[in-house]
Structure formats: C-alpha cells, structure tokens
Design a protein around this ligand. Structure first.
Ligand code: ATP
Ligand code: MG
Length: 489
C-alpha cells in the first residue's frame, strides 16, 4: 500500500491505514505520488473548497457558532456523517481502505490523560537523540488571532524529509526499527495531536541523500469536519532548500501544489506563504516544529490545560482541582497532594522530571523556557535494596534479569505513598503503580523503580498489555513488597 495516494478525489494528500511498512517506500523519484496530488481536478474543486472569506479568519472563527460540544474533546466525535461524496470504485480499479476523519478522533480517545498525549510528542523528540537532537522545547504560543492558546513543540533532531513527513501523518507507519526507540506503533503523533487539539500543523527540515528540504503538513480535524470530508486529507507542501532559496517541489502540477498551500493557509493560523515560511526561522538546519491549536476544552467549557497558574509549567486543570480545596486542618492530605506522586498528575514539569529513567547527557527538555531537572525517586529512598529476578519468558526468548530498586520514601512512615514506577525502554509507563490492595497498611511507604523491557506497553503508553508475563510481574512485585516490608519493618 502506498503511504499517501489519492487519485480520485481532491488534489490533496490522503492518509491510509498501513499494511506493510516496507511496501510504503516510494520510488526514488520522490515522495509517494506526492501527497497524492491528483492530476484530474482543478484547484478550484479542491477539497470541497474550504470556506474562508478574510485572511486568517479561520483562526478567529474556527468554532464560531459551534456548540461547546465540538470544542470539548470527549464530545467532538459526535457529528453526523452525510452521504459519501466519493464515487463508487469503477470496475478494474482496486479500492483502498479509507479512514474517516471520525477515526482520528476515536483513535485519540486512547489517551484519557492529556499529559500522556504530550509525552508522545516528547518521546518522538527523544527518539531523535540518535539523529543528533539536543533539546525539545514545549511552550504555549500566541499565534491565534482570537488569542486562544496554542501548544508548540520544537526539536533539533534529524527532521523529516517529504517522505518521512507523509509517514508521520499517516496511520501505522513507523520509521523506527531500532530496539532502543520508544516509538514503535506508528500512531503516537496522530493520537496525541488529535487528543490535545482539533488541529495540528507540522514544519520540518531535513537533509537526506544530500538534498535539504523543508516541509509543511496540516492535520486539521476542523478542516475535515467542516468541509465534510469522508477521508483523512492532509495537505502538504515541500521545498528544496539546497540552493539559495526555497524551491517548491512539484510532484504533479503547479496547481496541485498551490491547492495544497491554499488549504494550509485557509485552515491554519498563518495567512500567507511568507508567514508560513517564517515558522522555519526557529528550526535551524534540521528539526521539527509542531503547533497544536484549537486546543480542547473540558466539559465545563474551559481549556483542559492551564498556562496561567505557573508561568514555568503547564497544569492539567481538572486533575489539579480534584478533591476540591484542601483545608488547613487536613495537613496530612495537603502533604500527600504536594508529593510528586500526586503532582505528576497535574504538573507537566513534575511529570517530565520522571518521564525518563536515565539522565540525558546531552539532551534537555525545556518547558516554557526552563530546563526540566530529571528526578529518579530511587535516588532518595531510605533503606533501599536492589532486587533481581528473572521473568519466566517464552522458551525462545533470551534470558533477562529485571532489576528493581525498592525502599521507603523519605517521608515514610508519615506519608501514605507506595507503588512502583515501571519504565519501558527508559520511558515511564506506570507511575506509582499500587500492587498491594488499597487499605492494607502493609507496604505503606514502600516504593520501587524498575525497567520492564520484556513486556509491551499498551498503545497509549500508560499501561502494559495484559499478558501472562505482566500478570506474573504484578504478582512478583506484590511479593517483593511484602518480603521487603516484613524484613525491614
Ligand atoms: N519530532 C520528530 N522528528 C523526526 N521524525 C519524527 C518526529 N515525530 C515523528 N516523526 C516521524 O514520524 C513517524 C511517526 O511518528 P509516531 O509518533 O506517530 O509513531 P512512532 O514514534 O514511530 O511510534 P509510536 O506510535 O509508538 O509513537 C516516526 O516513526 C518518525 O519517523
Ligand atoms: Mg512516537
């Protein structure tokens, strides 16, 4: 299956469901039949003509006249689907499976927790360390005419060439073959951007086989929904920047290229090609910038993410407010809520500080202008011990040893915090995972840290697949907690 091909619809790229990554490699001639630019229809017929009257008024009015239902993530999938505008496949023409825009939304619901989605985009930058990345910056930016906040991620990794950006915006394609990368499913970018906001625009610069390119791609749920698309159309444009200027890379006709550009301008915060190009200024010679806008609101109509509580942090409003205000008399409760095990639920800085197990030597996560200090709770445990065990694996698998550091949190016995921080390939999957039943005083204050590479994370990377190995690991950690408790207390 070719990664992006659309020959019978608009002049715009269509993302497809992958069947085989290898098949996706297009011919040496360039990216996949370009972002699917067809040679039939004129730009005038493009994409059921995105309606926009004034410059950038989309940014201002993406949701004008829409109920809160469409601005709240959990309700945004509820819209009626009209009859398909797609003609029936004609004889002898092999139809490919299409992806309805609604799928983008339902796919994103795999992320219940917005920070889990943010982590996916940071993972993608961390995976670029092997291509030279030294930082990822996460910030709120003001590019919207209506002053609504947008989220911006910038890294200085290897970036994406025209082929790679098409894979990035397609479903199920992962370029990652190495065993050490966090990314493996080819889905994180799509689920996470669509979980955080209705629209995302990507800018990327890369050099591949001696050719320097820059590309722009737009994954816009607003565009797809408002223009009644029944396939996921992703407008994209590329430039060759090997020379002294940015030369548009035309795969079919110039009109097709212009149609893609126009759709990007119509449905992004940027109103001219020049404005769009300016976005590359803070990328450097290679790297990627992702802007997510029309961020989702919570059920009460307020932005899920809060940028105002702390100028150096991003807070998750509903998690932070959970449990209401803590009265002073409930000192214990207040102490508990100020512990990292609680704060990581609603403070992005705290979550980021624990997101990766090993400290980076030459890479920084810079949140709202300030680098994040990495923190491993194993470093401050009291009476800590290292416990090793060998999970019983399938016979063919090579033997592994799981190393767990276990001990009491420094606040023990005064604070009721316990559980295991379980990492997979350096990435935190389960924070403070309680394996001892709630209410049991045994194990109180006992915390452990381990890296479990022998099991597979679930697609949202917030849990593991419920395999036999996982169930055995849970039993083993429970036993470990009890053994430690009875020997140490
Ligand atoms: N910041 C980035 N820099 C360079 N390439 C990127 C970046 N983000 C995504 N990509 C490319 O896009 C592809 C798809 O990304 P995506 O996050 O959807 O999947 P993945 O990381 O491969 O797997 P997973 O679903 O497990 O995260 C990646 O394999 C990578 O080639
Ligand atoms: Mg990823």
């Amino acid at each position: 299956m070719s990664p992006t091909h659309n020959s019978d619809k608009n002049d715009l790229s269509v993302v497809e469901v992958a069947s085989d990554d290898e098949d996706a490699v297009p011919s040496a001639a360039g990216p996949p039949s370009n972002g699917g630019l067809a040679d039939k229809s004129s730009p005038a017929s493009t994409a059921q003509a995105p309606q926009k009257t004034g410059a950038s008024n989309l940014a201002l009015s993406a949701y004008e006249g829409e109920s809160i239902g469409f601005r709240s993530f959990w309700k945004a999938g509820d819209y009626a689907v009209g009859p398909s505008s797609k003609p029936a496949p004609f004889e002898g023409h092999l139809e490919h499976a299409r992806v309805h825009p609604k799928f983008l939304h339902s796919n994103a619901t795999s992320h219940k927790w917005a920070f889990g989605a943010i982590a996916e985009l940071v993972d993608n930058a961390v995976d670029e360390i092997q291509n030279g990345a030294t930082f990822v910056k996460i910030d709120k930016i003001d590019v919207m005419e209506d002053n609504s906040p947008a989220l911006c991620f910038i890294d200085d990794g290897g970036g994406m060439d025209p082929e790679a950006i098409r894979k990035c915006m397609s479903l199920g394609y992962s370029s990652k073959k190495s065993k050490t990368t966090i990314g493996q499913y080819g889905n994180g970018f799509k689920t996470s951007t669509m979980r955080l906001g209705a629209d995302a625009i990507v800018f990327s610069r890369a050099t591949h086989s001696g050719r320097a390119t820059q590309s722009v791609g737009l994954l816009s749920y607003t565009f797809l929904r408002r223009t009644g698309q029944d396939d996921v159309i992703v407008p994209m444009i590329d430039f060759d920047i090997s020379g002294n200027w940015a030369e548009p890379i035309i795969y079919n006709t110039h009109d097709d290229w212009s149609a893609n550009l126009q759709t990007i301008l119509d449905w992004s915060p940027f109103t001219s090609k020049e404005e769009l190009m300016l976005q590359f200024d803070d990328i450097g010679s290679h790297g990627t910038k992702i802007i997510i806008y029309n961020l989702w609101l919570n059920d009460e109509g307020i932005y899920e993410l809060s940028f105002d509580d702390d100028a150096e942090d991003i807070m998750l409003r509903d998690e932070a407010n959970q449990g209401g205000t803590v009265k002073r008399s409930y000192k214990k409760m207040a102490e508990l809520r100020s512990h990292v095990s609680y704060r990581l639920r609603f403070s992005l800085r705290v979550y980021f500080s624990m997101l990766y197990l090993r400290k980076f030597s030459n890479f920084k996560i810079i949140l709202r202008g300030k680098p994040v200090d990495q923190f491993n709770i194993a470093d401050e445990l009291k009476h800590s011990e290292v416990v090793r065990y060998k999970p019983q694996q399938a016979i063919a698998a090579k033997e592994v040893t799981v190393v767990t550091t276990i001990g009491f949190i420094k606040e023990a016995p005064n604070l009721n915090v316990s559980g295991f921080n379980v990492y997979h390939k350096n990435r935190l999957i389960k924070p403070f995972w309680k394996v001892v039943p709630d209410g049991s005083s045994k194990g109180m204050g006992v915390v452990g840290v381990l890296e479990a590479n022998f099991i597979e994370p679930a697609h949202d990377k917030q849990d593991f697949e419920r395999s036999l190995l996982f169930i055995r690991m849970e039993a083993r950690l429970k036993q470990m907690t009890m053994d430690y408790w009875f020997v140490t207390v």
